[in-house]
Design a protein around this ligand. Structure first.
Ligand SMILES: O=C(O)CCC(=O)C(=O)O
Length: 233
């Protein structure tokens, strides 16, 4: 069912998402550089009420505006930041020029479950805890995130996870143009993964964000909302 972009999904849509069996997967795809990989694993099975309230919160957050080629445009998704990163931290700023997404005043229970899951499954000894998260709401198929790398110093180190809820979307990975051997890329150089409800995709390897970029492309297929939660350090 195609959601009405002006209103959040209805209760029955969310109940269907929340009841969907989380996929039991654990699958690592090595990338051709021999040091980076993409891990797909079981994530968090959400409570319907928590999923509903988080989607509602995000859908009420105005889309952030940013400048592109001199024009002010809205980012093609809703975003929210939860958690803390030290004293005086106001939120997460990214883009050129950076646009601040102020951290929400209170933690959300579903985001907390995701942070707990990431801390117990993905943190290596000596690495800092995941303390905050960026949540993205792709309300409709035309919402997306374009090719980018999470290469800010404060993101995640060796493992950068993204937890998925709701409508399944494609998650693509490719080598950055500056690091691909020919400097050119073909279709075969794009690695495709399915961001399924209740699952987690983890970009792994200490040079992953330096060498590779990722995106969630638009889809013309009828699809409902997708929420992603990406824990950060
Ligand atoms: O929605 C996703 O899974 C990806 C989100 C993402 O790339 C980001 O927040 O940097």
């Amino acid at each position: 069912m195609i959601p009405d972009p002006r209103s959040p999904p209805r209760a029955h849509q969310l109940a269907e998402m929340a009841d969907a069996e989380p996929v039991a997967i654990s699958n690592r795809t090595p990338l051709p550089d021999g040091r980076s990989s993409v891990l797909q694993m079981q994530g968090v099975a959400p409570d319907a009420g928590d999923l509903e309230s988080l989607i509602l919160l995000l859908s009420l957050n105005p889309r952030t505006s940013c400048k592109m080629y001199g024009k002010v445009v809205q980012r093609p998704r809703h975003e929210a930041v939860f958690g803390k990163k030290g004293i005086g931290w106001e939120g997460y700023a990214y883009g050129k020029p950076p646009v601040l997404i102020k951290a929400e005043k209170t933690m959300h229970p579903l985001v907390q479950r995701v942070l707990d899951h990431a801390n117990s499954h993905l943190r290596k000894d000596g690495e800092g805890e995941f303390t905050w998260a960026l949540a993205n709401l792709y309300f409709k198929g035309s919402d997306y995130v374009s090719w980018h790398a999470d290469d800010e110093a404060d993101v995640g180190g060796d493992s950068v996870p993204t937890y998925s809820f709701g409508c399944e979307r494609r998650f693509l990975v490719r080598k950055k143009a500056s690091t691909s051997s020919s400097g050119k890329r073909g279709r075969d150089d794009v690695f495709e993964f399915s961001a399924k409800h209740g699952s987690c995709i983890v970009m792994q390897g200490c040079d992953f964000q330096k060498d590779w970029e990722h995106c969630v492309p638009k889809t013309a297929k009828p699809c409902g909302p997708r929420l992603s939660i990406t824990p950060r350090k």
